[in-house]
Design a protein around this ligand. Sequence first.
Ligand SMILES: [Zn+2]
Ligand SMILES: [Zn+2]
Length: 184
Amino acid sequence: MKLNIDEIPDEGVSIVATSSQDEWLNQLFKKALGDRIGDGDSLKLDLTASLIGSQVECLGSFYYSIHPICARCGSVFCLHEDLPLHFHYVSAADTQMGRHQKREEEINIAEDEDFSIYEGRSVDLDPMLYEQLILAQPTIYLCKQDCKGLCPQCGINLNTQACQCVPTPKVTPFDALKGFKVSK
Ligand SMILES: [Zn+2]
Ligand SMILES: [Zn+2]
């Protein structure tokens, strides 16, 4: 999705897209979260891009549903997310002239805010949107924070059933020494 800087009106431009209707967003969704997308899952984007001086500010949200696999119990579950988006594009011309520092102060970009550099008169939103989606994913997915997982012995899903297994004590090399009698 490319944005022509010269066509951004003073009040900003609104970009609303959904993966079920907009192929570019569907491609982005698949590239970022392909193995977690189930039937009926979708990604929606609602973004407003505004021009502040030579800088493009983007504010909005991603709304999506995916079906990841729980790292503990192995079940596939539905995850809905509402991901706020806030990032900027800074003109390459400004950074080359060493004015980037000044601009940051002027427009108050917080240090932890994401920004990217654009060249020419257009901005490609895809790489930043892709990155935002990837960075929002957890290292592991859990169907719920206190997922009990599977019984290591019988394999039952402990979230839905209880089992009669008695936990076996861990076997260590020192166990061989138990019952060892020292003869005098
Ligand atoms: Zn689970
Ligand atoms: Zn069990």
